[in-house]
Design a protein around this ligand. Structure first.
Ligand SMILES: Nc1ncnc2c1ncn2[C@@H]1O[C@H](COP(=O)(O)OP(=O)(O)OP(=O)(O)O)[C@@H](O)[C@H]1O
Ligand SMILES: [Mg+2]
Length: 243
């Protein structure tokens, strides 16, 4: 299988005075081009820590992440940032307008975007044109989340890491984002989708990884894991009333 992003035996302990909190233990993960891998699991299981490592924002204690077969340790981290976009669980806006957020992000990645591309990216995430010249910090969290997604798209990534991209969205906006992710997958983007919304994983994911206490307890085809889960933790997630 062709791999776009691969994590091998990632372990990470959050530095803390009392010796540190174990967040990940020996985590393996592979994402192929055109594949959506959902990462699910209980709160505190290590999902956000994992995507930070996959984005190169945090270095693992042991193990390594590879982009198209090349270890992050040997890559220019700016190149990693451009090719592997991370959508944070809590969006952070740059100062300025929504349009400026898109053009600034692209410029930081060495890309120039025209007004039409800004409008196109905003439309793709379901944001009206009229918001383009609003101050980004005046938007709702759900709107900011979509500006952050449009900002990533403007950088032309090969891989997206999405930490709860639909948690703050209403059903209509969730539908827009799901349709967008489906198109990106068709365009051979590799997508890691962290979500606690099992129906979203069911609709979008090719494979599912279940992360509990920093360990992968179950992994496999989405159709199998979400219909015939092998691990009690997966069964508990499905029974939480959202599956
Ligand atoms: N900055 C930090 N310093 C110390 N410990 C942390 C830090 N961030 C996370 N942790 C700990 O690491 C573990 C994994 O946290 P993480 O945020 O990755 O979980 P999560 O699966 O994303 O949870 P959620 O579903 O609530 O977003 C938890 O035990 C958490 O308390
Ligand atoms: Mg999290």
């Amino acid at each position: 299988m062709e791999t776009l992003l691969e994590a091998r035996r990632l372990s990470y302990r959050h530095p803390r005075g009392d010796g540190g909190e174990v967040a990940l233990v020996g985590v393996d993960l592979v994402v192929a081009p055109g594949e959506v891998v959902a990462v699910v699991g209980p709160s505190g299981g290590g999902k956000t820590t994992l995507v930070r490592l996959l984005a190169g924002l945090t270095r693992p204690d042991t193990g390594e992440v590879y982009l198209a077969g090349r270890p992050y340790g040997e890559l220019d981290l700016r190149e990693v940032r451009r090719q592997v976009g991370l959508l944070f669980q809590v969006p952070h806006m740059f100062p300025g307008t929504v349009a400026e957020n898109l053009s600034t992000a692209a410029r930081l990645a060495g890309v120039d975007v025209a007004g039409a591309e800004v409008a196109g990216a905003l439309a793709a995430v379901g944001l009206a044109d009229v918001l383009a010249h609003r101050s980004a910090d005046r938007l709702s969290v759900g709107q900011q989340q979509r500006v952050a997604l449009a900002r990533l798209l403007a950088m032309g990534p090969r891989c997206l890491l999405l930490d709860e991209p639909t948690a703050a969205l209403d059903p209509a906006s969730t539908g827009v984002v799901e349709a967008l992710l489906g198109r990106l997958r068709d365009d051979r983007m590799g997508i890691v989708l962290v979500t606690h919304e099992i129906p979203v994983a069911r609709r979008l994911a090719d494979r599912v990884v279940v992360l509990v206490d920093g360990r992968v307890v179950e992994e496999g085809r989405a159709a199998k894991v979400l219909s015939r889960p092998a691990h009690p933790a997966t069964r508990a997630l499905l029974e939480e009333g959202v599956g």
